[in-house]
Design a protein around this ligand. Structure first.
Ligand code: MSP
Length: 534
């Protein structure tokens, strides 16, 4: 199977991890776990996240904290690693742009681009947004009255000797690529946005990719232009190379090109235009897809430090403590701004989704089924039914369709749609219990012992349905599903592809006679009236 490489943006190390960082990283985690499960082979999946460390602000903050930029970056990168470990993220590597393995490669790439003439020396005058670490065009500057569109602070006019990247040369090639590959930029709204800015009469100018090194210590941090140490590489260009530098080794080169660069909408231009053009210039294949999700807002309002409504790591931890980490991962993966527009992180919505999908969904269904097996079959799974097709439910077909749909949706990064296959399967099991009424049947067994087989079939089918749903849920909720597998003695063996694991009553199905332990509720019901966790 073709290797699968997924990336998140690398995060500014000066910031503290918050929902924005955790969201993209958890989504990528769910996708990576799904791919490993689908393939039954984790070695063909590579999931990368990391930190972007060469911003000027790292130096100023380090000075304020009386430490060195490297020590400051070390400390903050550790905070990101911890946050992602807390969120249960299974990244294969964590790249830090201050690492020699990255810096050496960047020097090599810029040298390559200097040789081809795609990077050349000139002079630049323009409006600089200090907060964003980027130049803005004259038009954008004017539109915003020469203030930052993001933090509203005045823009600064700068003239400096500068190296440029010949972006203009690749406009046509990129435009063609986007037009020929409808899934290159997703969702569609992002594609249209980029096409609108690329199609004639729009003209792409060459872009500055360096900054002069001066006495100011903040200009001395970063990677130098090869052969001209008086200039250093602009932090965004340095950062974009991380996707390539990490896998540009003999052991990992098969992972290039990435299947997905998962990013937020605000950094689309860098990923959808500048980075692909740099890759074309370097004669490297382009990523299959750049996916720009929307943003989370908080209880209906844009998050801001001044409003004090930031969903920071402490808040995420409070949600995880009350509703379980997997409950939080479920909410992020199914209710997030993947369609492109923004999504609201609201406590009321969280409780509604948690109760519907988890406490009253898989949680309740698993308890119902294990309770009945405990009561009627002494906690041992009854024998496999000879008939798994009933007039209302053709279980082998239902299970295989759920797995197929989940797989095809994950391939197009529709995580919520894929996970919904598990939710639907649980609904089918609940509906089947309501139709077949095993609890009523059980009461009649004493008088009619022949009904015992029928009861056994029903409960076997229910349990097997829950098992298959749990497999489809596991990329989003690895801990809770592993807990269920332990109780039900059905931990899937490593190395078996998902489609095989999902085979109804197949070699990896529940074993007749196996203990089905009840245990505590997987997800405690949430009280909507309780105040939000803090
Ligand atoms: N360092 C650059 C990326 C370089 S990639 C080569 C950067 N870093 S960042 O730390 O500012 O944040 C990055 C990601 O967080 C972006 O994808 C951004 O969209 C995301 N988010 C920040 N706030 C967010 C929300 N409120 N909601 C969802 N994602 C948000 O940009």
């Amino acid at each position: 199977m073709h290797p699968y490489y997924i990336t998140t943006p690398i995060y500014y190390v000066n910031d503290k991890p918050h929902i924005g960082h955790c969201y993209t990283t958890v989504l990528a985690d769910v996708a990576a776990r799904f791919q490993r499960l689908i393939r039954g082979d984790s070695s063909s999946v590579f999931f990368l996240t990391g930190t972007d460390e060469h911003a000027d602000k790292v130096v100023t903050s380090a000075l304020e904290h009386k430490t060195t930029p490297q020590a400051w970056a070390d400390q903050n990168a550790a905070a990101f690693k911890e946050a992602f470990a807390f969120m249960g993220v299974s990244n294969n590597d964590f790249i830090r742009t201050s690492e020699p393995r990255h810096k050496d490669k960047v020097t090599q790439y810029i040298t390559e681009l200097q040789k081809t003439g795609d990077v050349y020396k000139g002079e630049y005058t323009g409006w600089y947004d200090v907060g964003q670490e980027e130049y803005v065009t004259e038009t954008t500057a004017r539109e915003n009255n020469f203030h930052s569109a993001i933090n509203k602070k005045p823009l600064v006019k700068r003239t400096e000797p500068c190296y440029f990247f010949k972006l203009s040369k690749y406009q046509q090639r990129l435009l063609q690529h986007i037009e020929l590959n409808p899934h290159f930029l997703r969702p569609d709204s992002r594609r249209s946005e980029v096409l609108g800015r690329l199609k004639p009469p729009a003209v792409l100018n060459d872009i500055p990719i360096s900054r002069p090194v001066t006495e100011d210590p903040s200009t001395q941090w970063g990677i130098r232009i090869p052969g001209d140490p008086a200039n250093r590489i602009y932090v965004w260009i340095d950062a974009l190379f991380n996707y390539l530098s990490t896998v540009d080794t003999p052991e990992r080169k098969q992972f290039w090109p990435p299947a997905v660069h998962l990013i937020g909408k605000d950094i689309l231009w860098f990923h959808a235009v500048i980075w692909p053009c740099m890759l074309i210039a370097m004669d490297r294949p382009l990523p299959t897809c750049v996916f720009g999700h929307g943003w989370w807002i908080s209880e209906g309002e844009k998050m801001s430090k001044s409003l004090g409504n930031f969903i920071d790591l402490a808040k995420l931890k409070a949600y995880a403590a009350r509703y379980s980490l997997d409950g939080l991962r479920w909410y992020l993966s199914t209710q997030g701004p993947m369609s492109g527009s923004d999504a609201d992180f609201s406590h009321a919505k969280f409780v509604e989704v948690y109760n519907a999908d988890l406490a009253n969904g898989i949680g309740n269904c698993a308890s119902r089924v294990s309770n009945m097996i405990a009561k009627y079959f002494d906690g041992k799974l009854p024998a496999r039914p000879s008939q798994s097709k009933t007039p209302s439910h053709d279980w082998p077909a239902l299970a295989s369709a759920a797995a197929k749909t989940a797989i095809s949706r994950i391939d197009s990064l529709d995580l919520a749609g894929s996970l919904a296959q598990g939710t639907d399967l649980i609904k089918q099991v609940d509906g089947y219990i309501n139709i077949t009424e095993p609890f009523k049947l059980a009461k009649k067994i004493e008088a009619e012992p022949a009904l015992r087989d029928q009861l056994a079939s029903i409960l076997y089918n229910c349990a097997e349905g829950v098992r298959i749903a749990s497999l489809l849920f596991s990329p989003a909720m690895p801990t809770k599903m592993a807990d269920l597998w332990n109780r039900w003695n059905c931990t899937p063996p490593a190395g078996v592809p998902l489609a095989e694991l999902c085979e109804w009553a197949g070699p990896h199905s529940l074993k007749p006679g196996a203990a089905i332990e009840k245990g505590d509720a997987l997800f405690m019901r949430a009280d909507a009236a309780e105040a939000p966790p803090t």
